[in-house]
Design a protein around this ligand. Structure first.
Ligand SMILES: [Fe+2]
Length: 316
């Protein structure tokens, strides 16, 4: 089953995902298309392409499909760092190593070229993060709770703080035979509104520096600068996964991404889980908060509202 089925533009944009091929069939200018795409993303929608606009050559797909990673914590994904032109998580002595590097480099470049044309307002200021290849079947993976992808969560990078800038991820399913099945929920700004005080109490209590950080600082050890935003987002990520109540009760929109499809989403705001799927490629870019068209909907604005006493909010 495809992510959308026979969707008109109206029905596609009204749902949790936007059928971009239907959108491109209608009348529009490139400027309008770029702004509409940014707005949909910031509203928490998934931009969906039934056929990836940056397809891989069949020979590259063949090489990727024959990779079998050991299911080790540090080899969860094969990663490509475009800024350093570096491949990690793959045995450098493997006979496919040079080819893998070349495939990941060209995938990342083609994807970024296309996405920059689609979203020029973001591309002018975005920072390149990693690309990754996910060769393992997600269904039934035995992982510790915090590493599980099948629990609904928002993304937060423990080692790469964004300080309120946004995590935009672009995916493609290169599995020739099987869909990639996702669940997504309401974006953080909608959740915060719906849950009211419950959101602050259960998912986003104020975060202070962790005990280990205070000890390390006292001991004079070198530390990355502390970011209250990233600590809180990490806390939301953790609490969502730990809360059986949230996992059971949150709204669940199902997306079935067929072979060859592609999709874009702000995964820091849109809670998501991967139910099943094997062989996906992904590229992340970090978009500065200042580039948002709807800044009040970004997670940083949600957290700032939570930290502002109600009387001050009314006065503002
Ligand atoms: Fe995630």
């Amino acid at each position: 089953m495809a992510a959308t089925h026979g969707a008109t533009l109206e029905t596609a944009t009204a749902s949790h995902l936007v059928d971009m091929e239907a959108f491109f069939c209608g009348p529009r200018s490139d400027d309008d298309a770029g702004l509409a795409a940014c707005r949909w993303l910031e509203e928490g929608k998934i931009l969906y392409f039934a056929q990836s606009p940056f397809p891989l050559p069949p020979g590259d797909v063949e090489v990727l499909l024959r990779q079998r990673q050991s299911d080790h914590r540090w080899h969860k994904n094969i990663a490509y760092r475009p800024l350093q032109d570096r491949l990690t998580g793959f045995d450098a002595k493997h006979s496919d190593a040079a080819r893998m590097h070349e495939i990941m480099r060209s995938f990342s470049r083609r994807l970024l070229d296309y996405t920059a044309t689609l979203l020029p307002a973001y591309a002018r200021v975005w920072r390149l993060d990693y690309a990754s290849f996910r060769p393992l079947e997600e269904q039934g993976r035995q992982l510790r709770l915090q590493a599980r992808n099948d629990l609904v969560h928002v993304d937060s990078f423990p080692k790469r703080p964004t300080h309120g800038d946004r995590i935009l991820r672009i995916f493609t399913n290169i599995n020739p035979h099987a869909e990639r099945h996702w669940i997504t929920s309401d974006p953080l700004d909608v959740l915060a509104q719906q849950m009211g005080r419950e959101f602050a109490q259960h998912l986003a209590p104020p975060a202070g520096p962790a005990l280990w950080r205070r000890w390390a600082a006292r001991a004079g050890l070198p530390l990355r600068p502390y970011s209250a935003y990233d600590e809180t987002m990490r806390g939301i990520h953790r609490r969502m996964k730990e809360s059986a109540l949230f996992q059971q009760s949150c709204r669940k929109n199902h997306s079935h991404f067929p072979p060859g499809s592609a999709w874009l989403v702000f995964t820091d705001a849109v809670p998501h889980a991967v139910v099943s799927g094997q062989y996906a490629l992904e590229q992340t870019v970090i978009v500065p908060r200042a580039a948002m068209l709807l800044p009040e909907r970004s997670p940083a604005a949600v957290l700032e509202r939570l930290a502002t006493p109600p009387q001050q909010r009314r006065a503002a």
